[in-house]
Design a binder for this molecule. Structure first.
Ligand SMILES: [Zn+2]
Length: 144
């Protein structure tokens, strides 16, 4: 069975964590629903450190029409200790300052906007399964 959403990896960058100096990786790309782009995504994690919960950020809205700037940022954290995702406040994420972002959603807003949580979790699932660069993040997952 193929996933209804497809992932197109585009760029990546590397830096250092402000708190501990460990290396960080950020990868990004697009999520497509057939020929329509539904979101851009960014995944950032601290290399070799599962305690720094990896960030998954999604810019969801209209892509491919410069006249429309309706894209909202929804941010999620992966908690490797129980293999769960938590919705977090997007305002402090780097993509919140991007011109591509019209509004960074709080946790409450992600939950309250009709359909938004379903779109974001569909994108999350597609990125988790399809972006091969996330092998290290998937390896943080706790088998126990
Ligand atoms: Zn750190």
């Amino acid at each position: 069975m193929t996933h209804p959403l497809s992932v197109e990896p585009t760029g990546e960058s590397h830096g250092h964590c402000d708190c501990c100096g460990n290396a960080t990786s950020t990868v990004w790309g697009y999520v497509h629903d057939r020929e329509k782009t539904v979101a851009a995504y960014f995944v950032q994690w601290t290399v070799g450190s599962a305690e720094h919960m990896p960030n998954f950020d999604f810019l969801i809205g209209t892509w491919g029409n410069d006249a429309v700037n309706d894209r909202v940022l929804s941010s999620w954290l992966f908690n490797p200790s129980n293999n769960s995702f938590m919705i977090t406040d997007a305002k402090c994420r780097p993509a919140a300052n991007s011109q591509l972002c019209s509004h960074a959603l709080s946790r409450e807003e992600t939950l309250a906007l009709p359909g938004l949580k379903a779109v974001a979790s569909g994108c999350l699932d597609a990125v988790w399964l399809q972006d091969g660069r996330l092998a290290e993040v998937r390896a943080f997952a706790n088998d126990a």
